[in-house]
Ligand binder design. Structure first.
Ligand code: MAN
Ligand code: CA
Length: 283
């Protein structure tokens, strides 16, 4: 004989494996064996318990399935999420690389622009300097041009007045006779001075005039210290022999060309004596 509890236990253990119709028959048989009427309240309770137990099993199975689904689907979604994150990361990385390249490109462009600008600034400054130099050169040339114009006008003027050009100077012999000081004043009024002789050539040139003529040499300030009208001291001299001599104890402080037929033609004479004179305009 099998007790009700034992039967219940068996049913719980072998529910999935036993042949249900056979079991049902056995149940029926055991019920018949116990002689329990079919509609008895104990039977009802038994059936209720069995059904409840079956429902519980189904519930558990459903729970198992849903848990399994949840557990197995979670790693998948994590992997997907990870892959998605990976993709996003790769996209971001690529974007970042692109931005870095773009930034480097812009940097290079900026550097090029800056260096270009620097070289343009240098060029501009160089051009400015050149321009200033050219301007200075032009001003110099303009000045020179004006100077040359003035010189040319002077040349024209002295030539028109009958002056003779020799070795960088114009010369003029007077047509009247005056004392040394008046002679000098006449030369100065013409923009010139009495002749200064600095070379053998000039000395030879001076001898072509056959009259006695004053030149720009004197020792009025200090006796024996011969000075040219431009303030320079006498270095190369062409005194006639015996001169200067303050002849006959006279004060002969001014110089003239007296002996034209001699290379050394100079003579000292009293300044108040009247002679012709020769002016020189240095050009
Ligand atoms: C004249 C003047 C003098 C000069 C003598 C030379 O007297 O010209 O100055 O020294 O001649 O004999
Ligand atoms: Ca003399």
């Amino acid at each position: 004989m099998v007790s009700l509890e034992e039967e219940l236990e068996l049913s719980m253990t072998y529910e999935n494996f036993e042949d249900v119709p056979a079991r049902k028959a056995a149940s029926r048989r055991s019920v018949e064996d116990f002689n329990v009427p079919a509609a008895a309240p104990g039977m009802k309770m038994y059936r209720l318990v069995v059904v409840s137990f079956g429902l519980l099993c189904i519930l558990q199975a459903a729970l198992n399935i849903s848990l399994r689904l949840t557990l197995f689907s979670q790693p998948n979604s994590l992997t997907e999420e990870r892959d998605e994150m990976k993709r996003i990361y790769l996209d971001l990385e690529a974007g970042c690389n692109n931005l870095t390249e773009e930034r480097d490109d812009l940097k290079r462009t900026l550097e090029n622009y800056v260096s270009q600008q620097n070289s343009l600034t240098e060029e501009r400054d160089e051009m400015k300097r050149i321009n200033l130099d050219l301007e200075a050169g032009r001003n110099l040339l303009t000045e020179e041009n004006h100077g040359l114009k003035r010189t040319l006008e002077e040349y024209a003027h002295y030539l028109q007045q009958g002056w003779v050009y020799f070795s960088g100077s114009f010369y003029r012999i007077s047509s009247t006779m005056k004392p040394w000081q008046d002679s000098r004043r006449d030369c100065q009024q013409r923009g010139a001075d009495l002749m200064i002789i600095n070379s053998q050539e000039e000395q030879d040139f001076s001898r072509q005039y056959k009259n006695i003529i004053w030149i720009g040499l004197m020792d009025r300030d200090t006796e024996g210290e011969w000075t040219w009208v431009d303030g320079t001291q006498l270095t190369t001299s062409f005194w006639h022999s015996g001169e200067p001599n303050n002849y006959d104890k006279r004060n002969e402080d001014c110089v003239n060309i007296n002996h034209h037929d001699h290379t050394n033609s100079w003579n000292d004479a009293p300044c108040e004596n009247e002679y012709f004179w020769i002016c020189e305009k240095k050009m």
